[in-house]
Design a protein around this ligand. Structure first.
Ligand code: FAD
Length: 307
């Protein structure tokens, strides 16, 4: 019940100002977003990759309003890639990007986002790693898939994300599985209407399994973006049935969520990638994490009250 209210608040400027200014917010935010700068995040990269985990790094930010902000987002990723180069991690540290941060919603935004994201994908390829395009709300997805297809002409390893709560996704999955893409499957984190998305958890979970089967049986590289223990077990069974070995698919989870499970799966020989966000514009990302689990909200409110 609380989830949709929090997701609505995640788009409210007034709530953004209130919550960002609250003095105790930071310590709760740190659980999910372990830093604001590249200098903060590099020790985290070293620590997690040292434990046998892989990473996908997200410079937080979305819904920007000027082309200058979009260029700044591009430059933030270029700086990150520059600083990753000496670590020689290859695909063990890749990048996740939100096209809204690259200007997708501005006038002429499709071309602007493509122009801004291309140098990031090029720079990532130069240091031997990849970029995955995150999925945002459903109105942005046709543009995201077109940009994905365009980038794959030169950089076939560019990945994208699909969301099992959307009705359209089974069809998207069939297309992406046939053309051999790297695809992260998630349940979906935005507030979507019943015209386009399942609303019930059991429907979203059932769709997840159907879509994952398509990806596992296809030509691409499936990336299982979920913390759900039942889906993790099902994914391993679907991989086995499709004749895929560990390394021919991977698990992905968010930094700060079920961290013991990250290590357990890696110790079992699975590729386990931790999605790690950093930066100053953390509000939207943080609010979606609160919406996913009411206990996070209780923890947040308790920290505010106990101050
Ligand atoms: P759930 O059924 O929500 O959770 C299963 C269990 O995981 C819960 O019972 C709980 O124990 C734990 N858990 C889940 N979420 C939390 C949380 N926030 N805090 C604490 N515990 C939690 N969504 C998009 O729309 N676009 C994207 O591009 C995108 N990228 C993602 C990348 C990765 C690597 C991951 C893991 C998720 C991503 N998501 C994205 C978010 C996703 O859509 C879900 O909202 C989120 O993963 C919660 O769904 P779940 O599959 O973990 O299952």
């Amino acid at each position: 019940m609380l989830g949709p209210v929090i997701l609505a608040a995640s788009r409210s400027d007034r709530m953004r100002r209130l919550i960002s200014a609250a003095p105790v917010t930071k310590q709760v935010v740190d659980r999910f977003i372990p830093g604001e700068t590249v200098d903060d995040i590099l020790p985290v990269v070293k620590e997690l990759t040292g434990k046998g985990l892989e990473m996908t790094l997200d410079v937080v930010g979305e819904d920007i309003t000027t082309p200058g902000q979009a260029a700044a987002a591009r430059d933030a990723y270029l700086e990150l890639i520059d600083r990753l180069e000496p670590l020689e991690l290859g695909t063990r540290a890749e990048m996740s990007v939100k096209l809204s941060m690259f200007g997708q919603a501005l006038p002429g935004g499709h071309d602007l986002a493509l122009a801004n994201v291309r140098p990031v994908v090029e720079a990532a390829a130069e240091i031997g790693t990849t970029v995955t395009l995150d999925a945002e709300d459903h109105t942005t997805l046709d543009s995201m898939f077109a940009i994905h297809e365009e980038l794959r002409k030169d950089f076939p390893q560019t990945g994208c994300v699909i969301q099992s709560y959307l009705y359209r996704t089974e069809q998207d999955a069939r297309r992406l599985a046939a053309n051999g893409s790297r695809v992260r499957l998630v349940k979906g984190a935005y507030k979507e209407p019943a015209e386009v998305a399942y609303q019930q958890k059991h429907e979203i979970d059932k769709a997840y399994v159907r879509i994952l089967r398509t990806l596992m049986e296809g030509e691409g590289y499936p990336m299982i973006g979920s913390h759900d223990p039942r889906l993790i077990t099902i994914a391993q069974e679907l991989a086995r049935r499709a004749g895929r070995k560990p390394g021919e698919y991977e698990f992905q989870m968010l930094y700060g969520i079920r961290s013991d499970e990250h290590l357990r799966l890696a110790a079992e020989g699975h590729r386990m990638r931790v999605y790690t966000a950093y930066g100053t514009d953390w509000y939207g990302y943080f609010m979606r994490r609160l919406a996913e689990k009411p206990a996070n909200l209780r923890f947040f409110v308790r920290s505010m009250v106990s101050k």
